[in-house]
Design a protein around this ligand. Sequence first.
Ligand SMILES: [Zn+2]
Length: 475
Amino acid sequence: MIRVATSIPESFHPQAEYVFRFFSHLWGIPVSVSRYRPQAEKPDIIYSSNYQHRDQGAVYIPFNKQLYDAACRCDSVECDGLRLWSEAGAACASHDLVGSSYRLLTFLDEQQVPLDCLDRRGTFFSHALPVPRQQTAHLPLVDYHAQYLLQQLTRSRPDVVRSVVPKWPGGKKYAIAMTHDTDAVSLGAAKELATNLAKFVMQRDRTFLDMFASGVRYIGQPTGNPFFGFPLWREFEAHRQVRSCFYLYAKVVPLRNDINNCKSSVVEQRIDWQILRRLAADGWEFGFHAPIDSESKLESFVEGKRWIEEKLETPIHGLRHHYLALNWKQPHVSFRQHIDAGFRYDTSIAWKDIAGFRAATCHPFQPFDSEQGKPLDIYELPICLMDGNIINDTIDVSNSIEAGLGIIRTVKEQGGVAVLDWHTETACNAYNYKNYLTVLRHILEPLLEDGDAWIATPWEITQHWQHRSVKLEAA
Ligand SMILES: [Zn+2]
């Protein structure tokens, strides 16, 4: 047990407790957090706004109110070989690791993105971030904070790390969750045909003509067309003992039209549901891929979930927003809707254009509701790597593979979860998805070979993390 005492303004206590709970889950060591009392048993860590607490023989973390303010200008600095996030110009000894972890887990630095850089959905490209945050977007800074603090603590209390609750089952060092957003299921769908023809006419790119020609052969019969990726993924993954999760795009209630919403989905295409049901029966997971504008109607989440469950004849527990278009300004508003619709985890937190760690962690976490001052009853499994982040016509395949392996190496170092997202339709490895499967194969094969990773579905990982957290908190 690590004892933490706080001496900070009362209104910041829930945030501090939230961060220490998260650190406890990363360390695998129970933590107790209480208000500082001079007569009480000596704490191991003091989080305080009173500098006199510095000399109590505990690890001292100075409270910095500024860090809880979205306007605070932050930067990273290296301390004991680890990159930490703090108020710009702060020295290592005066870092408030709790405040800076809170601001990263609640995306406060993103509030500094200029309004004219936000698109109609409130999302932005990583280059719109404040420069220091942009430069650290590929680092799990909060995980480094936890590691740094534990290093400080073990100098005076080496015994704390003697019995830690293992992070993953079977002695595995980290976890990998393979996922697929199902944005398109048939090249022969009317909207796909029209789009590909229009793109060919406008861009003069023969790829789109090939896609159109291929689509014509599958009009009215989606099963078997190149975009119907389910059987291809089954073969690719079963061969490697991988079970993944498919998030099915399903717009089943009227929503505002958006040009980026999907053009062929499992709802209006007459697909063979037996293929999907068999996948579910054999250990693959399914979830909901929420259409753009879902947040305008709670019903869209409720009905989308129900519709998929009825079709699959099995319950689903997780979701991911199409275009990652949850409420970027106030993610807790979206998370509340997820909870109200009965979801147990979300996996929509990612940078939209680059690989990396938008919540500055590669671990599951409960998002914090800043209005209610408490963690929400749902888990977030942040994505670290999407197909489009590292693959396009201008990047050499070997560079794509190296970039993907680099991100997963970072996750492995921290013992976190690498959530990968390869779209269902990319399994064709052709047309505008040329080399997508090839790159994935070269990323996964060395990782599967060394046996260090627990390969699990997002729901399995969520349940494991929740059980472990409950155990740590009951200790
Ligand atoms: Zn999507």
